[in-house]
Design a protein around this ligand. Sequence first.
Ligand SMILES: N=c1c2ncn([C@@H]3O[C@H](COP(=O)(O)OP(=O)(O)OP(=O)(O)O)[C@@H](O)[C@H]3O)c2ncn1[C@@H]1O[C@H](COP(=O)(O)O)[C@@H](O)[C@H]1O
Length: 123
Amino acid sequence: MPDQTARPLDALEATIRERAERPSEKSYTSRLLTGGVDAIGAKVIEEAGELVEAASEPGDAGRSHFVYEAGDLVYHTLVLLRARGVELAEVEAELAKRFGVSGITEKAKRRQAGSEQVEGEVR
Ligand SMILES: N=c1c2ncn([C@@H]3O[C@H](COP(=O)(O)OP(=O)(O)OP(=O)(O)O)[C@@H](O)[C@H]3O)c2ncn1[C@@H]1O[C@H](COP(=O)(O)O)[C@@H](O)[C@H]1O
């Protein structure tokens, strides 16, 4: 049982890690993890599409649906991170590194450096 006082994202990550370590037939997460990076990746793409579609739905119901779909995408992304052996803390550290660096400035620097850098390379 995850720590109820933890941030929801941390609690969800802990549950997903638990499913990876102790797979269960009754677990959707375990089933997803069994499919590996390609199958989970396909699901992430599907969920991203559903989120974008929901983004233009009007009214309170549309807004609620959009939030619901965002939850689906975040959950499936966390499962993909687990399948790749990446911790949420690593993603948070990556985002923290970008604090104060405008995306426009960052892109201009890459252009200046010659060519677009491969994702994951040091900025
Ligand atoms: N947050 C989630 C979560 N969000 C979405 N989903 C599931 O993700 C699936 C979303 O797929 P779709 O929207 O495409 O709906 P679908 O057509 O039913 O799905 P498919 O048949 O296409 O796979 C649904 O089955 C949802 O129930 C989630 N399943 C689990 N969790 C969390 O993971 C925990 C562990 O779950 P189990 O691993 O199933 O025990 C749960 O207690 C939750 O906290």
